[in-house]
Design a protein around this ligand. Structure first.
Ligand SMILES: [Zn+2]
Length: 252
């Protein structure tokens, strides 16, 4: 029997009368699609239930001939009660899961990305939801996908960038020095420094306008790689306000 792997359930669908189709991101195998037989009847193997956003240990077995994997058991590690009581938390976790589901390829294990996803969900459940957790995960995801723009040096020549208004063009690779960045739109230097710090795991403080600038910078970077709009983003749009200040700039 294989050892259970840390897993996040990204998407859960009914499959026939009693089975469930699960898309999970696992520490060991990356993203897998698995059928959980009789999951809607078995209280023993799936005692905590199977819900999108759940973080826990999954007992998974590869499918034959590249087909669906088999999920034989799942033990939740985090208490997801907070998700049901707070729409911001629910929307944040839905966004983290959907982003991973649509952008990450199946069976490409990335333990660093998996750790970043578990961290972002955990902190969203355990603390007042803060949009910076979403930004940090977006940065980790872009990094793992090889889509991260340069934040701290000219993407053409590597020269240090200006401190304040930094020419920035994502289509060319990110930040630019004054001579390569002539005519490019500019980005606040503090936003780019904050992106670097978040990626390094540091905590950062940004004013509301700069939080929004960072959100918009990453949104533009991510949206270029989406085939269809994210449903969780539509959910953000329907949530309305007011919500907590830290969550308010979260809508991607
Ligand atoms: Zn340059």
């Amino acid at each position: 029997m294989t050892e259970p792997s840390s897993a996040v359930l990204l998407r859960v669908h009914p499959l026939g009368e009693a089975d469930v189709l699960v898309v999970a991101h696992t520490e060991r195998w990356g993203k897998v699609r698995a059928a959980a037989r009789s999951a809607r009847r078995s209280k023993r193997r799936f005692a905590g239930g199977l819900g999108a956003g759940a973080v826990g240990a999954a007992e998974l077995h590869p499918g034959r001939g590249g087909g669906l994997w088999r999920l034989d058991g799942f033990v939740p590690r985090l208490d997801h009660g907070a998700m049901g009581r707070d729409l911001d938390r629910f929307a944040f976790v839905a966004y983290l899961c959907e982003l991973t589901d649509v952008l990450v390829e199946d069976l490409h294990p990335e333990p660093g990305l998996h750790a970043a996803l578990e961290w972002a969900i955990g902190v969203t459940l355990e603390q007042p939801p803060d949009a910076m957790a979403l930004r940090r995960y977006e940065l980790a995801l872009l990094h793992h996908l090889g889509l991260l723009p340069s934040f701290d040096g000219c993407c053409v020549c590597g020269a240090p960038t200006a401190a304040e208004d930094v020419p920035f063009d994502a289509t060319r690779g990110g930040a630019l020095c004054p001579s390569h960045g002539r005519g490019a739109p500019s980005q606040h230097g503090e936003v780019l420094r904050c992106a670097t710090a978040l990626l390094a795991g540091e905590s950062v403080e940004l004013s509301t306008p700069l939080r929004r600038a960072l959100r918009d910078l990453l949104r533009a970077q991510i949206h270029g790689h989406l085939r269809t709009p994210l449903r969780s983003v539509e959910l953000f749009a329907h949530l309305g306000r007011p919500r907590t200040a830290a969550a308010a700039d979260g809508a991607p």
